[in-house]
Ligand binder design. Structure first.
Ligand SMILES: Cc1ncc(COP(=O)(O)O)c(C=O)c1O
Length: 443
């Protein structure tokens, strides 16, 4: 069968139980994507749309990168699969050595996973196991933050803070708690870059220390820039303050950089961009430019050394996945790094930062717009909900954008943007022009 035959429009829309989908609405008006090149997707009607979301915040180098494609194909010819349980193939080691050079000291060790959710659960488990190994086994609590998204594994969901995601699944993990969210339209609406107000919200961690006792808390996990909850930027000084409190109370700080890793905020990661280094960092998404599923947890020297000094000569961390360090993912990741390095894509979002913010903030006087959040190549344009129809204005605006050649996702009544880092200045201006027209129409 020709590979393109797989792309024929399906007649059976029931067998595939789709992720995060309103199935009945989808079936009324299904949208099929059949091709992608550079900044653009093509759908089954031959309609081209600019990819305003880099897939799902993941195709950071743009679509159809020949170097990545050919590296995956070459790897398949050489070695299709070898596992990494008490064995090794060279690519996982070589790739890890290259990766850590892009991330701040002392995050010098990488644990490979297959997704953001697995990265988060892995980081939480490493945190718990580390506390036990260093003789602080009473530290079993995991702290997240309201409005956070950390994927859909039970660990990530338990420290996550989005009620619609949590509520179908019962009590979740015991021993988790949440600090307050930082989103504050009354004080910070239409901030240019990071919001000025809210540093004091980091001190909410002290409330939980006083409630539970620091000796019961293993780790706190935050997205340095909240993504899937609607693009929420850290108030000036907030991450620094969180770092100070964690250090003071012996709590590990985990940055969930599944979205912010690999160039989204104008550096390899938010830790570098904001000058605050966590003890563990989760990544996925941009790591392979979304060609082969992969994730990576970056682990500090101190944590790694602690495991390596265990008296028992057996397995130091009883955790892993069949596909940790899959050869195809490593090949894809290496080729993706080549592109990031050669095209200097990590700092690119910072170079476009001013234009991006100018264009975004120009929309502030449009009807129903109540906030605009923008930083590097991330933005959310939030509209007030229609009475009794939350999310509908956002969905209408996103549909109009699509019809006019821009795929911008809505999260509730906010349109969110995270385009590939290769976007041109003209494409940025065009993107916000299409959004402005859609907001006018979606009154
Ligand atoms: C911050 C964050 N963590 C974890 C995840 C989960 O990643 P995945 O969907 O690859 O499991 C996401 C996905 O959007 C994310 O944004």
């Amino acid at each position: 069968m020709n590979v393109l035959d797989h792309n024929r429009i399906p007649t059976d829309l029931d067998s595939f139980f789709m992720p995060f989908t309103a199935h009945r609405k989808f079936k009324e008006q299904p949208r099929f994507i059949v091709g992608a090149r550079g900044m653009y997707y093509t759908d089954s009607n031959g309609h081209q749309v600019l990819d305003g979301s880099a897939g799902l915040w993941c195709v950071n180098a743009g679509h159809y990168r020949e170097h990545i494609n050919s590296s995956i194909a070459a790897q398949l010819e050489e070695l299709d699969f070898a596992h990494s349980f008490n064995a090794g193939h060279p690519h996982a080691f070589n790739y890890a050595s290259r990766l850590v050079k892009h991330f701040p000291d002392p995050l010098n060790h990488v644990f490979f996973t297959n997704s953001g959710s697995e990265s988060v659960d892995t980081a939480l488990k490493i945190a718990l196991a580390y506390q036990k190994v260093r003789g602080q086994g009473s530290r079993h609590r995991l702290i997240g933050r309201e409005k956070a998204y950390h994927g859909m594994g039970f660990g990530g969901l338990s420290v996550g803070g989005l009620v619609k995601n949590r509520s179908p699944f019962g009590p979740l993990l015991p021993g988790t708690d949440h600090i307050r969210q930082t989103h504050d339209i009354t004080r910070n609406a239409f901030s240019r870059g990071l919001p000025a107000h809210g540093v004091e919200l980091a001190d909410d961690l002290i409330r939980l220390v006083e409630l539970h006792g620091a000796d019961t808390i293993a780790a706190v996990i935050v997205e340095p820039v909240g993504g899937a909850g609607g693009v929420h930027l850290p108030p000036e000084g907030y991450l620094q303050r969180l770092r100070e409190i964690c250090t003071e109370y012996g709590i590990l700080l985990i940055f969930d950089e599944v979205i912010t890793g690999f160039g989204r905020v104008g550096a390899s990661c938010a830790a570098t961009r904001f000058g605050v280094v966590p003890d563990l960092m989760t990544t996925a998404k941009g790591i392979t430019n979304a060609t082969v599923p992969m994730g990576a947890v970056f682990v500090s020297e101190q944590i790694y050394d602690c495991f390596m000094n265990i008296d028992d000569p057996g397995v130091e961390l009883t955790h892993g996945y069949t596909y940790s360090g899959h050869p195809l993912a490593c090949a894809a990741g290496m080729a993706t790094l080549d592109i990031y390095e050669q095209e200097n894509l990590f700092p690119r979002a910072m170079e476009l930062h001013d234009l991006w913010m100018d264009c975004a903030l120009e929309l502030r006087d449009l009807p129903n717009v109540i906030d605009i959040r923008c930083f590097a190549l991330l933005a959310a344009i939030e509209m007030t909900p229609r009475p009794g129809e939350p999310g509908q204005r956002g969905a209408d605006a996103a549909r109009i954008c699509y019809e006019n050649g821009l795929w911008a996702r809505n999260i509730g009544d906010a349109l969110v943007l995270s385009p590939p880092l290769i976007i041109s200045s003209d494409e940025i201006k065009h993107t916000f022009g299409v959004i402005a027209a859609a907001i006018e129409q979606a009154r």
